[in-house]
Write a protein that binds this ligand. Structure first.
Ligand code: UT7
Length: 323
């Protein structure tokens, strides 16, 4: 059986760091409120020359170096993003060009904060179907560009960044002892589209629009949706939370993650949390957190890792891998 193995990981953050104190000079908020309600202390904000494309390329180069591979080894580039450089072409084609790759396929996936889980699931399916042998799966965002910097209920929550995985097709036994993606599940329920959305777009307003969110409504659904889809993926793989060493969640809010950990009966120390210093980077948050935990030695080869996310749409999903 073909398995999609995580050969390398990499990430990139804009240079500029914006602290809660910096934000409290722009809108009526405080470090105390933001820290208490979300766990966020700072986030990176893209400067003029930094875009989703440039962050994605930087993260990809690091992931390729980590994998010991060259750009030309890649035959599929997928970028999960809701903040593309242009409405079209796909940011993935720009990344492909910047890396000097002239073969294979490149496309974007849009599932907001669940984008990386959707992209991993898509890449894994295409690798298993024989469409690609080595994929760059990237989550990259510049949400700072779609924030209403007068709206304190949203602008304090998000940050910019990118993370990338190199996935390669390898022969496995079809057992949980295999390295690579073991199981995943993606979900959506469009009835909740108006709870977290952008109030503009090419076909409606002909503008990009700004992010709008009913935070409390999203929060209400988050813990249940996330815990349910994680259970579903563990059941599909025939495993339990006890067998999983690390949980790498989408980083939206520390309180949501604490709620999920409690529901699963897992100690919080097994949840990789980077929300304090990255904020919510949407589709980039899982590979960013994964990279941090690989590079600081927490996630080791051979360990099982469960990733999960929930975001606009609503969309949600989870993916289990043996690193
Ligand atoms: O990644 C995609 C998924 N997104 C999420 O997961 C976000 C989910 N939601 C959340 O994380 C939380 O709902 C928030 C952090 C967004 C908000 O926390 P909350 O505990 O649900 O607060 P709230 O929206 O109920 O607001 C409580 C109070 C309100 O004041 P009143 O009406 O009680 O007087 C807000 O106006 O806090 C006020 N408030 C603020 N105060 C200071 C809202 N934003 C701020 C702010 N600073 N930045």
């Amino acid at each position: 059986m073909i398995r999609s193995v995580i050969k390398g990981v990499g990430s990139a953050l804009p240079e500029r760091v914006m602290t809660n104190a910096d934000i409290s000079k722009i809108v009526d908020t405080s470090d105390e409120w933001i820290t208490e309600r979300t766990g966020i202390r700072a986030r990176h904000i893209a400067g003029e020359g930094e875009t989703t494309r440039s962050l994605a390329v930087m993260a990809s180069r690091k992931a390729l170096d980590h994998a010991g591979m060259r750009p030309n080894d890649i035959d599929m580039v997928i970028v999960a993003t809701s903040t593309p450089d242009n409405t079209f072409p796909a940011t993935a084609t720009m990344v492909q060009a910047d890396l000097g790759i002239q073969h294979g396929a490149a496309f974007d996936i849009q599932a907001v904060c669940t984008g990386f889980v959707y992209a991993l699931t898509t890449a894994d399916s295409l690798i298993k179907a024989g469409q690609a042998k080595a994929a760059l799966v990237i989550g990259a965002e510049t949400f700072s560009r779609i924030l209403d910097w007068n709206d304190r209920t949203t602008c304090v929550l998000f940050g910019d960044g990118a993370g990338a995985f190199v996935l390669t097709a390898e022969e496995g036994e079809g057992a949980n002892s295999d390295q690579g993606l073991l199981a995943s599940k993606i979900r959506a329920d469009g009835r909740y589209a108006d709870k977290l959305y952008v109030d503009g777009g090419p076909s409606t307003t002909k503008t990009v629009g700004y992010l709008r969110m009913e935070g409390r409504e999203v929060f209400k659904h988050a813990v249940n949706n996330i815990a349910t889809v994680m259970d579903d993926v563990m059941r599909r793989a025939g495993t339990t939370a006890n067998d999983i060493q690390w949980f790498v969640p989408h980083q939206a809010n520390r309180r949501i993650l604490e709620g999920v950990a409690k529901k699963l009966g897992v100690d919080e120390s097994r949840f990789v949390m980077t929300v304090a210093y990255h904020g919510n980077t949407s589709a980039a948050s899982i590979p960013l957190a994964f990279d941090v935990a690989v590079k600081d030695g927490r996630i080791e080869r051979g360990q099982m890792v469960l990733m999960e996310a929930m975001g606009g749409g609503f969309t949600w999903g989870a993916a289990l891998a043996r690193y």
